[in-house]
Ligand binder design. Structure first.
Ligand code: PLP
Length: 443
């Protein structure tokens, strides 16, 4: 019997798989079976497994300074270097960076930074946050309240009311369009809904709009052309900040430096990062805000006496060293340009499955994608529940590939950015077998 309460797991239905080691784009179980990691762990192991440079960096930093905090003026060079590097990379004006350990805590930090900032500029009533249906922003009480997926709310009594989370449409045309509605009509309708929501609540009460440029855990939703342009115009009109949750899309995943670049999102006021920031060799996250927001907070902090927010592991030196090395490798090895080229190849190869009788939609950009299986190819009718997705996920595993079913019956693809074209072919071949197995299962 296990003594572990497993995270994000069906306690009754799930069989365990003991993963023992990893090498490049592969992991191996305790019986020595090899699996192609088609989800880069949890969308995070961009540089694959057993990268010696990252291992050596961690080991050297551990020997030199295994821990030091950043409270009350303490700092260390590797943390400062990472802060500079990150602030130079991101599209946020005069970016300032706060470090944490996970995507969820980074989003929690942002909720607090928003409150601190709007209190500082004398607008304490401007605290609500607009988040979308079918979004994933993490699982702490606050981050789960932003998340727009029922399993993260049901039986947890979430969303937490006092947070003031407002919900707007998911930009998923395939599932969200009305009969006969074109893509541009869909965009007009849902962005109009957003504007009506803002007017109903009062723009002066709304601090920010949070979005994953392309979603991950909710099924890799790529919004239609023109969506973000319209969203940004509305937010600018009403003085609401754009907050890009790039926990998955950051650092080359979508074929550009950031998902914002890929999706034409201009100058977000805030961004959140984790996962690929360190290629998941160490837990680290970053909450980034515009410089002028920080400046306002500085004045407030001097009157309050202290900015009362910080984690023990904010700026953990080993995590900072590994993240800094990861960013250097991305740059040195042109990883983002490589991801663009390989991503195009991956999307083209996955596109071949559109003919398959089980496939309703294929979504993605760069090195992230999802294939949605449907009960009726003609009508696009969805499967009820998660049984088909779970079967397909297991079928992939049986054929030596690890991926995850997301949003019920979609399978996600997000391999390490270091994969080769031959490994993408291998992924396609394994998926093809798993899809055929799944088709037999549902017939
Ligand atoms: N935001 C996004 C977009 C994510 O995909 C995730 C995790 O998958 C999170 C936040 C939460 O990150 P973590 O699991 O590190 O708390």
């Amino acid at each position: 019997m296990s003594s572990i309460i497993y995270p994000t797991t069906n306690f009754k239905a799930t069989r365990t798989l003991t993963i023992e080691r990893g090498e490049g784009a592969y992991v191996y179980d305790s019986e020595g079976n090899q699996y192609l990691e088609a989800l880069a762990g949890l969308w995070c192991t961009s540089l694959g497994y057993n990268n010696r440079e990252l291992v050596d960096t961690a080991s050297e930093q551990m020997s030199k300074l295994s821990f030091s905090h950043m409270f009350g003026g303490k700092t260390h060079q590797v943390g400062m270097d990472l802060g500079v590097k990150l602030s130079e990379m991101v599209p946020v004006e005069n970016a300032k960076v706060f470090f944490g350990s996970s995507g969820s805590d980074a989003n929690d930090t942002h909720i607090k930074l928003l409150r601190y900032y709007f209190n500082a500029i004398g607008k304490p009533e401007k605290y609500k946050i607009i988040a979308r249906e079918r979004s994933y922003h993490g699982v702490t009480v606050a981050a789960a309240s932003l998340t727009g997926l029922p399993p993260n709310h049901t039986h947890f009594d979430l969303p937490f009311g006092a947070l003031g989370v407002l919900r707007t449409d998911a930009p998923h045309y395939f599932r969200g369009a009305l009969a006969g509605e074109s893509e541009s009509q869909f965009v007009d309708r849902i962005t109009n809904n957003l504007e009506q929501l803002i007017l109903k609540e009062g723009p002066d009460t709304i601090a920010a709009f949070i979005a994953e440029p392309i979603t991950g855990a909710s099924g890799v939703i790529v919004p239609p052309e023109g969506y973000y342009e319209k969203v940004q115009a509305i937010l600018n009109k009403y003085g609401i900040l754009f907050w890009a949750d790039e926990v998955i899309t950051g650092f080359g995943r979508t074929g550009n430096d950031f998902g914002c670049t890929t999706m034409g999102i201009e100058k977000p006021a805030m961004m959140t990062f984790a996962k690929q920031l360190s290629s998941a060799y160490m837990p680290i996250s970053a909450s980034v805000i515009r410089g002028d927001m920080y400046d306002a907070m500085v004045d407030q902090s001097s009157s309050v006496g202290v900015f009362g927010h910080g984690y023990t592991y904010s700026g953990h030196p080993v995590a900072c060293a590994v993240a800094l090395k990861t960013l250097e490798i991305y740059e040195r090895d042109n990883m983002f340009a490589r991801a663009a080229v390989l991503g195009e190849y991956m999307q083209k190869r996955l596109g071949e499955f559109l003919e398959h009788p089980l496939v309703g939609e294929i979504r993605g950009k760069g090195m992230i994608a999802a294939v949605e299986m449907v009960a009726n190819k003609q009508t696009g009718e969805a499967f009820n529940g998660g049984a088909v997705g779970a079967f397909a996920q297991q079928a992939c595993q049986n054929h030596g590939m690890i991926t995850r079913a997301v949003a019920g019956s979609s399978l996600a693809f997000c391999p390490p950015l270091i994969v080769t074209e031959a490994q993408i072919d291998e992924m396609i071949e394994k998926f093809s077998k798993a899809l055929d197995d799944t088709y037999k299962f549902v017939k």
